[in-house]
Structure formats: structure tokens, C-alpha cells
Design a protein around this ligand. Structure first.
Ligand SMILES: [Zn+2]
Length: 76
């Protein structure tokens, strides 16, 4: 199938890449609401982001994915 590829945007450089050429990575983001200063209200969210190949290489995403895969196989 041509011309029906899903395009993803690299989280790092904003480049648009076909999803099969992008590298999916689950990123944990923590943030607080900033609404309450007496209480430390934090949210932790896992978000799936995509990187283009060069950013993935540059940021060591492949290494992280390898480590994640190893962790998963240890748990089983
Ligand atoms: Zn990129």
C-alpha cells in the first residue's frame, strides 16, 4: 500500500517520518499542576512518542529500548 502511510512527528526535531521508519519510545513525564502550592500534586504520565532514526541514534533510544526489552524478558 503506497500513499497511505501513517506519518509521525519526531518528538525531538519535528521532522515528519513514516511510522514504520520512526522509532516508538515510551516516555514518562512528570509534572505538577501548579494550582496548589502547599501540596505537591504531581502527575506521572506515560506518553508514546516517536523519534526519527537520527534522533533516536543521537539520544541513545536504541540502547534504552534494548534495556527495556531486557527488563521485560526478566520479568517473565
Ligand atoms: Zn528527529
Amino acid at each position: 500500500m503506497r500513499g497511505k502511510e501513517t506519518i509521525v512527528v519526531c518528538d525531538q526535531c519535528g521532522r515528519k517520518v513514516p511510522r514504520n521508519k520512526g522509532v516508538a519510545f515510551e516516555k514518562g513525564i512528570s509534572f505538577n499542576t501548579g494550582m496548589n502550592t502547599t501540596q505537591d500534586v504531581r502527575f506521572f504520565e506515560k506518553r508514546k512518542v516517536y523519534y526519527c532514526i537520527s534522533c533516536a541514534k543521537h539520544r541513545g533510544i536504541f540502547e534504552k529500548l534494548k534495556r527495556q526489552a531486557m527488563k521485560k524478558s526478566e520479568q517473565v
